[in-house]
Write a protein that binds this ligand. Structure first.
Ligand SMILES: Cc1cc2nc3c(=O)[nH]c(=O)nc-3n(C[C@H](O)[C@H](O)[C@H](O)COP(=O)(O)O)c2cc1C
Length: 398
């Protein structure tokens, strides 16, 4: 299985919040992502959900008692601490956060955390006033200073019925934080990568647009993969159905022109620009001010060429383009490398099985500025991203 969590040992700490039920979903998604999940529950957590539920989802023992003579682990806080690739406390109560800030170790979770060197993610979940309390704020600040990744909390409806800050983040966001925490000191730490994604929308009139079938999945996977290697990532995206990746600066645009401006603004400080977006080559020369009426049998719309963002973007960064082709893949991609002065192009045959728009996998060919060709096998878009980033890393200008 591919992805940042495959075969990773994740210690999932669950403490006594009403949001405990959401930790079951997190455990399930972690397992589906290939992680080996060891759950440690506080006494409070066991009052909300049962250890059996976690055991059934993770297929592994659940720890609830430091002094259990029948434990499957020798000295379990040390055993789990040593094998952990990452520890995540979700939900984390006010009480647990306070104990962590003080370095207390009076239960199996806090004892494991203090015995571990693995990255720690803490996802607070609590009522708004509990979160706002100066003690909680000071404790969170202490944890941040120590390098703990604080995930959230989110804003929205709280269990009390009130609305405010204190919601446990949703599972996809938590997964993003966990991947980020594992890779934040990775080989892209200190680098800025700008990625574009999605298919631009060029307005015909206030109702209609010209667009294409790009789902944005390749660009979003690239943004996540770069984040998971420690990069600061800016994702400039045309509209997609995808959720914003956690810990990525996301700039939403619609048209090629807007994308060009946003890319240029961020690329100035970037180490790499990866243009995975499907940018319209042509747009309606004039956008009608009112909805065009259905009067004549034919409607002719005159199109004007859009600016080539990758060709015109100014700055000293690694330039990576994408070429989605339906014929003569390598020849067409090679001519783009030369005409746009690219460092690398990722060519994909959109007619190939398991490739292209909307799919979770892609089969691409990488062509560098010397026109050397490397054909990659069918891979997940996340794995393709890492292969691209490996090449980008070797091309960094300083
Ligand atoms: C119904 C109920 C819901 C609770 N929800 C939360 C919560 O969301 N966040 C929180 O910090 N504490 C919450 N508490 C309080 C904690 O359970 C309590 O502070 C407990 O001592 C936490 O211990 P633990 O961190 O060891 O699990 C809740 C308590 C009850 C009875």
């Amino acid at each position: 299985m591919a992805g940042p969590l495959a075969n990773k040992h994740v210690v999932l700490g669950v403490t006594g919040s009403i949001a405990c039920y959401k930790a079951l979903d997190l455990a399930s998604k972690l397992v589906q992502a290939g992680a080996l999940v060891d759950t440690i529950m506080s006494y409070g957590a066991t009052q909300f959900v049962t250890p059996l539920a976690f055991r059934s989802i993770t297929h592994r023992a659940v720890v609830t008692d430091s002094f259990d003579p029948d434990s499957e682990y020798s000295v379990e806080h040390v055993a789990l601490a040593q094998q952990a690739d990452v520890i995540v406390v979700a939900p984390a109560t006010v009480h647990c956060i306070a104990k962590l800030a003080l370095g207390l170790a009076d239960d199996p979770l806090t004892t494991t955390i203090i015995a571990a060197t693995a990255p720690l993610v803490v996802a607070p979940a609590m009522d708004g006033n509990m979160y706002d309390h100066p003690a909680t704020q000071a404790n969170i600040a202490t944890l941040k200073e120590r390098g703990v990744v604080i995930a959230g909390p989110g804003i929205g409806r709280l269990a009390s019925g009130l609305s405010g800050v204190g919601r446990l983040l949703e599972t996809p966001e938590l997964l993003g934080y966990i991947s980020y925490a594992m890779g934040k000191d990775g080989d892209f730490a200190g680098r800025t990568v700008v990625v574009s994604a999605g298919g631009t929308m060029e307005p015909i009139d206030p109702v209609r647009v010209i667009t294409n079938h790009s789902s944005g999945k390749m660009g979003y996977a690239l943004a996540e993969a770069a984040r998971d290697r420690g990069a600061n990532v800016v994702l400039v995206t045309a509209p997609t159905n995808l959720a914003d990746p956690a810990l990525v600066k996301v700039v939403h645009v619609r048209t090629a022109e807007q994308m060009g401006k946003a890319v240029q603004e961020h690329a100035t400080k970037a180490d790499a620009l990866v243009m995975a977006a499907a940018v319209a080559d042509y747009k309606p020369a004039v956008e009608a001010g009112q909805k065009i009426k259905k009067n004549d049998d034919e409607l002719n719309i005159s199109l004007a060429k859009t600016e080539d963002i990758l060709k015109t973007a100014k700055g000293n960064f690694v330039r990576v383009g994408f070429a989605a082709e339906s014929e003569n893949l390598v020849e067409n991609a090679k001519s783009k490398v030369t005409s746009k002065k690219l460092d690398l192009i990722v060519a994909n045959d959109i007619t190939a099985e398991g490739s292209g728009f909307g799919s979770d996998t892609n089969k691409v060919t990488l062509i560098d500025r010397d026109l050397a060709v490397e054909e990659l096998p069918l891979l997940t878009k996340y794995d393709v991203s890492n292969r691209i980033l490996d090449r980008v890393k070797a091309l960094f200008k300083d």
